[in-house]
Design a protein around this ligand. Structure first.
Ligand SMILES: Cc1cc2nc3c(=O)[nH]c(=O)nc-3n(C[C@H](O)[C@H](O)[C@H](O)COP(=O)(O)OP(=O)(O)OC[C@H]3O[C@@H](n4cnc5c(N)ncnc54)[C@H](O)[C@@H]3O)c2cc1C
Length: 363
């Protein structure tokens, strides 16, 4: 049955769900309060197409990344790119894990890498390092791709207020739909698990000469990662990137909107100091160009869990994600829930397996 589905939010999750459901014959409408797709967290992050190297402390997240990475390249071959040199390095003393344990975890997860026998000379105080094939997401391309693909199904400048559930339908801004998917990363409606909202600051830098992507693992460490513009990198620090921790989306938005140049100056100094512990020539090799602000929605407690969950409340589904590579999980879960709700009663069939067994004379 071609269900009529409303999706709230045109981030990676809303756009991918809309595109997938439209391919299956569903009628979709995407309500987005901003004027373009991928305007919030989906367009303001570190742009890694994760393979699992970030998540030494969460098995489920690592496996979802490993599988999502391959599916992403197959489904969206032009929306990510290779990185010439992509290094994951374990610093001495400041990492929560030693290099041999880190390496063992990645080997046992089936994620390919090459161990660097002579780590890059730009790195300091490093116990060991891996070269990986992790990629970078191409956000400008993704914006054009989804705008073309979804066409008039995407409604911009359309904030959604109350969602009203009836018996056999649900209303969004006064229009009736069979189902609604809240793909706002918990901003329209709080997910039914304990979450908090974390405004974040990443810094943009221009590299003066070609530079590898370098991610220090595992724990309160810093990283530099390229964007789709090869000379432009983001600088991130697990310690200095978060700007606070709030129990509501509104408070987090207020904190993000209150960022001023004094705070930015402080963060520049702190984050440059942090990365310089392991990349001492950072200030010589990079030039600061600007700031990136976003909001993360995180589950309380499970601090390294970035796996994807889908919740159902009647005809409303809501998505909680920590990364972009789990978009496929979200679609399959939504489809499974819709299918199980609308399938006919199970057909009773007497087992006839013996009729299929080929009789070969034996002992
Ligand atoms: C600093 C930072 C770094 C990160 N780095 C990475 C990374 O390197 N790799 C990775 O895979 N992930 C990363 N992530 C996580 C990733 O960005 C998110 O998991 C992903 O973008 C979530 O996508 P989404 O579609 O669920 O949410 P969003 O991108 O936030 O989209 C939600 C959309 O809903 C819209 N919306 C909200 N309320 C309403 C309303 N009432 N009506 C209409 N529209 C509404 C918003 O405008 C927005 O467009 C990072 C996140 C941050 C913040």
């Amino acid at each position: 049955m071609p269900f009529n589905i409303a999706i709230v939010g045109a981030g990676w999750y809303g756009c991918h769900l809309a595109s997938s459901l439209a391919s299956l014959g569903f009628r979709v409408t995407v309500f987005e309060r901003n004027a373009r797709p991928l305007h919030e967290a989906s367009g303001n992050n570190q742009f890694r197409l994760h393979l699992g190297f970030h998540y030494a402390r969460h098995h489920g997240t690592r496996l979802q990344s490993r599988d999502g990475f391959l599916r992403f390249i197959e489904r969206y071959p032009s929306l990510s790119a290779e990185i010439d040199e992509n290094i994951y390095a374990v610093p001495e003393g400041t990492s929560l894990i030693d290099f041999k344990t880190y390496k063992l975890i990645m080997v046992s997860s089936g994620i390919d890498f090459v161990e660097m026998t002579a780590p890059d000379p730009r790195l300091a105080a490093i116990e060991g390092a891996l070269l990986t094939k992790e990629r970078v997401l191409l956000i400008d391309r993704a914006r054009s791709y989804f705008a073309n693909r979804l066409g008039s199904a995407l409604r911009f400048n359309c904030p959604v207020g109350n969602i009203v559930q009836g018996d056999r339908h649900v209303e969004v801004n006064g229009e009736s739909f069979d189902y609604v998917i809240d793909a706002t990363w918990g901003h329209h409606h709080r997910p039914p698990i304990d979450v908090y909202y974390e405004p974040t600051m990443l810094l943009y830098y221009e590299a003066k000469a070609p530079h590898p992507a370098v991610t220090m693992v595992d724990g309160p460490l810093a990283s530099v990662y390229p964007t789709e513009d090869k000379d432009v990198f983001t600088l991130s620090s697990v310690v200095h990137t978060p700007l606070g921790r709030f129990s509501s989306s509104a408070e987090a938005v207020a904190c993000r909107n209150a960022v001023n140049s004094e705070l930015v100056d402080r963060k520049i100094r702190a984050m440059e100091d942090h990365i310089s512990e392991n990349l001492p020539a950072f200030r010589d090799n990079f030039r600061y160009i600007g700031v990136q602000l976003a909001i993360k929605t995180k589950p309380v407690g499970n601090f390294d869990d970035r796996s994807c969950s889908v919740f159902q409340d009647g005809r409303i589904f809501s998505i909680m994600s920590g990364k972009i590579d789990t978009i496929f999980f979200a679609t399959e879960r939504v489809l499974a829930l819709i299918e199980s709700e609308n399938s006919l009663a199970p057909i009773e069939v007497a087992p006839k397996i013996r009729e299929d067994i080929i009789l070969v004379p034996g002992k």
